[in-house]
Design a protein around this ligand. Structure first.
Ligand code: GDP
Ligand code: MG
Length: 600
């Protein structure tokens, strides 16, 4: 297709404002998906995306759209890239936007602009994209299109009349939106002839087809059966298949400048087909790569352990496979006294962690347990040595002079009646306010610097519950800061239980220690001797509970009674033995550790 008949656009929105639903209506309106094949959230292909109703991976799909009638009729190829809405995956959004000239800025007509609307809007503006403001869900009785059209117009500087109104539910306004995309989004610019340059914006592993690489061709063209070169490594591969997604993969005779599609080269590992790399042809290679993307960096770490130790090799295999689809996931082997062999994994955020866990359990049938998430700390010792700590149990021993923790700059949008509540919450999480703007009389945009560790766990839930669901949050990494942080260890009979060590602010050390010692006291069965459960900062004990010793007669009672009951008991015990972990002299069923980590 000639570049002047191409339009590449993305839909950006706050989560739940209806991107995936609108994408469905576009697939239908353009005839790409027949009514009998339609299912909700067509482009969310992963089971977990469909069940949770969220988009994790970006998707690109090509749709024909005809404008005009008779002799004036022209059929355009629209490439739509659906993007995830959650902050954990904003790097996916960034990449998708780089492949587009326009963005549909979608806003729920009953909710107005939210934090991720703004975050995505800023990314689109930075990327120089043409914006099409659209209010969605106009079928809702609670919709206030007039009010929110004014709000959007004042933010992006357009006329409220220019804000389109659609319903992803009924399909109202969708043809008009498609017309508007053709009309206002610029055709891709690029050199149609000469050396080929295509940007890899996604690369996924498919069990049947191997690595599928999604590209946007910028200059030149790629054709089937050519040999292609990855500019960053010089590696050359045979191009086995090239095509477009519409809505399933369709092989084609090539992709020209401005086109979006997929490549299959027979490489086995997505790392050989790296997101952000430039693809060219081996025959006539380009010399200058396109501007790439930054690698996503894991921000949250936690240990993953198989509940059944013999599953360790399976867990390794499963992580290897997931990694093929997910460049942001990192892992390395880790051993824990309490939990056995496992992996220290790095994630983009808590949602990413949860999704990996869930996929391991569902797609690989693994029973796993994860330790409390931790961020990355930079620890400087008295001898000036510095250590990067992603695992609290590896916090260096000795005199610490400085601990640095990652911080984020957060944007919170809230109805003005909740400003006080939000300030209180942020202060209790060691936040510093850096600014506040009124979007309108009723809505406020608040800016905070907050430690990442304070927001990764339950900040979002706390924010939602204190503002009756009305506030929204978005954040970006914003360097690091020194803080008064200490490591709290949990000791059983004087021995450290590694999985429960935590790095916390000095003021929170006591409450963490108290909570963990109480919890373990309840969960760990009595032993033949008295077992102290302690929390310590360095050598200083900050709280203590005691598990009293078993009485002799209770032991005797167990072994009395009839013979079959006794055998059953012995068998049970043997089974249990496998799962017993010894912390010094104390035998603890692994279940107790699991329960202690799982409880809230
Ligand atoms: P996304 O997170 O932006 O992809 O949002 P979804 O497309 O998953 O939609 C979120 C929720 O809003 C779902 O329950 C949809 O059924 C609902 N929804 C989406 N568009 C409309 C609409 O136009 N009208 C109504 N009433 N509901 C909608
Ligand atoms: Mg979605």
């Amino acid at each position: 297709t000639a570049p002047e008949l191409l339009r590449n656009f993305s839909i950006i929105a706050h989560i739940d404002h209806g991107k995936s639903t609108l994408a469905d209506r576009m697939l239908q309106a353009t005839g790409v998906v027949q009514p009998r094949d339609m299912r909700a959230q067509y482009l969310d292909r992963m089971d977990i995306e469909r069940e949770r109703g969220i988009t994790i991976k970006s998707q690109a799909v090509r749709m024909p759209w005809t404008v005009g009638t008779g002799d004036a009729a022209r059929t355009y190829a629209l490439n739509m890239i659906d993007t995830p809405g959650h902050v954990d995956f904003s790097y996916e959004v960034n990449r998708s936007l780089a492949a587009c000239e326009g963005a549909v800025l979608l806003v729920d007509a009953a909710q107005g602009v939210q934090a991720q609307t703004l975050a995505n809007l800023y990314m689109a503006i930075e990327g120089d994209l043409t914006l099409i403001p659209v209010l969605n869900k106009i079928d809702l009785p609670a919709a206030e299109p007039e009010k929110y059209a004014r709000e959007i117009a004042s933010i992006i500087g357009c006329d409220p009349e220019d804000v389109l109104r659609v319903s992803g539910k009924t399909g109202d306004g969708v043809p008009e939106l498609l017309d508007r995309i053709v009309e206002t989004v610029p055709a891709p610019a690029g050199e149609p002839t000469g050396p080929a340059r295509a940007m890899i914006f996604d690369s996924v592993y498919d069990t049947y087809r191997g690595v599928v690489t999604y590209v946007r061709v910028v200059d030149g063209a790629l054709r089937p059966r050519e040999r292609i070169e990855m500019l960053s490594t010089g590696a050359v591969h045979d191009l086995l298949e090239i095509g477009v997604i519409s809505p399933e993969p369709q092989p084609s005779t090539g992709l020209g400048a401005g086109e979006v599609g997929y490549l299959i080269t027979g490489v086995k590992d997505v790392r050989q087909s790296k997101v952000g790399d430039t693809v060219t042809t081996a025959q006539d290679p380009a010399t200058e790569p396109l501007e790439g993307y930054q690698d996503p960096k894991p921000m949250v770490f936690s240990g993953l352990f198989p509940v059944d130790g013999s599953d360790f090799p399976n867990l390794r295999d499963a992580l290897d496979k997931l990694k093929l689809n997910d460049a942001a996931l990192t892992y390395e082997p880790e051993t824990s006294v309490a939990l056995g062999f496992g992996f220290r994994c790095g994630y983009l955020g808590l949602l990413h962690l949860e999704i990996i866990r869930e996929r391991l359990e569902r797609e690989f049938n693994l029973d796993i347990i994860s330790t409390a998430p931790s961020v990355v700390y930079q620890v400087t010792m008295e001898d000036r040595s510095t250590h990067t700590v992603t695992n609290p149990s590896e916090f260096p021993e000795g005199k610490v002079v400085d601990v640095r923790e990652p911080v984020v700059s957060a944007t919170i949008l809230t109805p003005s009646e909740f400003v006080g509540t939000v300030m209180e919450l942020c202060q209790s999480r060691r936040g510093t306010m850096t600014g506040m703007d009124y979007l309108s009389e009723e809505r406020v945009e608040m800016h905070y610097t907050l430690p990442l560790a304070e927001i990764v766990f339950d900040f979002f839930d706390a924010l939602k519950s204190r503002t009756r669901g009305y506030a929204s949050l978005d954040y970006d990494m914003d360097g690091e800061q020194s803080a008064d942080l200490v490591k709290v260890d949990i000791l059983l009979n004087g021995d450290k239980v590694d999985a429960f060590s935590a790095i916390v602010h000095k003021d929170a050390a006591y409450s963490y220690g108290l909570m963990m010692t109480k919890r373990l006291k309840e969960l760990i069965p009595r032993q033949q001797f008295e077992v102290p459960v302690q929390a310590a900062v360095g050598s200083r004990i900050i709280s203590r509970e005691t598990i009293r010793a078993l009485r002799k007669d209770m032991l005797a009672k167990c072994y009395g009674g009839d013979i079959s009951r006794k055998r059953k008991l012995l068998e049970k015990q043997k089974e249990g033995k496998k799962r017993m972990k010894a912390i010094g002299r104390v035998e603890v069923p692994q279940e107790a550790f699991i329960a202690a980590l799982g409880a809230d």
